[in-house]
Write a protein that binds this ligand. Structure first.
Ligand code: GDP
Ligand code: GDP
Length: 437
């Protein structure tokens, strides 16, 4: 299920990363007195009361001039408007209101975005409240005072943020599979989308709904419907922003968050890179279906071993997702582009496959007989039974005598046995271990 996305915007030094790290439940990882330090964590999963959501820090570029700062602010705000359900707009009580704050507020207001105005560095609520009221002048609602350092006002602020989340009771009824194309800039994502949407057999229609849906495209193929996520972003002519790695990662997170199946586009000429692995990791963590599309296949000189060699390299670097489907395509020549739909159908089916408990436990009994469960200090793991509790991704609960005895490698072994029996190609599987005394 897709989680709401909360984007953090604001000028440099207002305390975005301090607040981010605090919400992400981490110590402040990087002391940022050195300009230009890249912060690795730019998104994180947060739980607050009954809510789970993803926060994104859209800042992080160190501008050297005032003009550059204004441009960065504009880009941050644009990203946030496009991708987030709620924007946390951070301002600094110590610096007071500045020109750039008004500009961002204008953009957010025009986009009719849900905004929580957060006034940071209010380290003393009694003394500093009068300075907070100044921010009413931005005209985007009540200022919420916090101190990221002293951890004041955070709960009230999060209450405001979560109150603005979309009520997804009705929206979730859309059964159409949602597909995201992700990958490095220039891997060929836009070319693939254009080719796919241009196929004779494809009927393109608009997706009605929220603002964020407006960037998606619904298509029909063989009487089946699919929604391609963020096609507007992909097809946009000015892609300079995507060249900024930070933005390309945030866009990926946002698209993956909303997707059922992720098509990771790899540039065949460059091979699989670390950045590809990072992107793949995002999709894997979120349990999405995965198809790896090796694009620009037309540019590769091939012999009998080329496909095998490429496949091995991918399996090697993306070793955490051996289940991913791999397909070799060319957006330029159109080679195997229609086949993407067949692979999609297969992955979608596998994500929704349910295995009956009886059958599952036959496999389990056989697996346990072939390889004894681990033991520790004379105590052996007993596995009573397992059952599939949900789909997308298929999720299993294994009931055991003692959780501590269940070794990661044994779960992996059981996963392999299940895959041998049922395939589940293209989808990750999730396992929960429960004790039953
Ligand atoms: P960013 O550039 O917006 O991400 O800002 P940082 O999180 O790097 O913070 C900039 C500076 O403000 C750092 O020196 C922080 O320690 C400081 N800072 C952040 N939050 C607070 C706060 O609540 N109170 C005070 N007094 N300082 C803060
Ligand atoms: P994106 O940044 O991932 O959306 O990549 P684009 O779709 O903009 O493609 C980047 C460049 O690669 C463009 O110059 C495309 O024409 C080129 N390109 C994309 N797909 C292919 C392909 O299959 N074969 C070849 N030869 N070039 C391609």
């Amino acid at each position: 299920m897709s989680k709401p996305i909360v984007a953090i915007v604001g000028r440099p030094n207002v305390g975005k990363s301090t607040l981010f790290n605090m919400m992400a439940g981490e110590r402040i990882a990087i002391v940022k007195d050195t300009p230009g330090v890249t912060r690795d964590r730019i998104y994180a999963d947060v739980s607050w009361l009954k809510y789970n959501f993803t926060i994104m820090d859209t800042g992080g570029i160190e501008p050297d001039t005032h003009n550059q700062m204004l441009r960065d602010m504009r880009e941050q705000a644009e990203m946030a408007i496009e991708m987030a359900d709620v924007v946390m707009f951070i301002v600094d009580v110590k610096q007071g209101l500045v020109d750039a704050d008004y500009k961002v507020a204008d953009m957010l207001r025009k986009a009719q975005k849900k905004v929580v105005l957060v006034v940071n560095k209010v380290d003393n609520f009694d003394k500093m409240m009068p300075d907070v009221y100044e921010f009413y002048n931005l005209g985007i609602g009540d200022p919420h005072p916090v101190s990221s350092l002293a951890k004041l006002g955070i709960g009230d602020m999060l209450d405001e943020v979560t109150a603005l989340f979309p009520q997804d009771v009705e929206q979730e009824e859309d059964e159409r599979p949602r597909i995201a194309l992700v990958g490095k800039p220039n891997a060929g994502k836009s070319s693939i989308i254009n080719k796919l949407l241009g196929e004779n057999r494809v009927i393109v229609s608009d997706v009605a709904g929220t603002t964020r849906d407006a960037i998606d495209t619904a298509v029909t193929w063989d009487d089946k419907e699919y929604v391609f996520i963020d096609t507007a972003g992909l097809r946009r002519k000015n892609k300079i922003k995507e060249e900024i790695e930070r933005y390309s990662i945030l866009r990926t997170v946002s698209a993956v968050e909303r997707a059922d199946v992720v098509i990771l586009v790899i540039d065949a000429v460059e091979g699989v890179t670390e950045q590809d692995a990072k992107i793949a990791g995002i999709a894997h963590d979120r349990g999405r279906g995965i198809i790896i599309a090796v694009n620009k296949w037309d540019l590769i000189e091939k012999d009998n071993h080329t496909v095998r060699k490429f496949t091995e390299d991918i399996r090697d670097i993306l070793s955490f997702m051996p289940y991913a489907e791999i397909i070799f395509i060319s957006a330029m020549t159109g080679q195997r582009i229609p086949k993407i739909f067949d692979v999609l159908d297969m992955v979608i089916q596998n994500q929704q496959m349910r295995v009956q408990t009886g059958v599952l436990n036959d496999i389990l009994a056989e697996a346990v007989a072939m390889q004894q469960p681990p033991s520790d200090k004379g105590r052996r793991l007993k596995i009573y039974y397992m059952t599939q509790v949900s789909i997308k991704p298929p999720t299993f609960v294994i009931f055991v005598n003692d959780k501590k005895l269940m070794h990661f490698s044994y779960t992996r072994y059981l996963e392999n046995k299940i895959r041998e029996a049922f395939g589940f190609k293209g989808t990750s599987l999730k396992f929960f271990i429960r004790e039953r005394k």
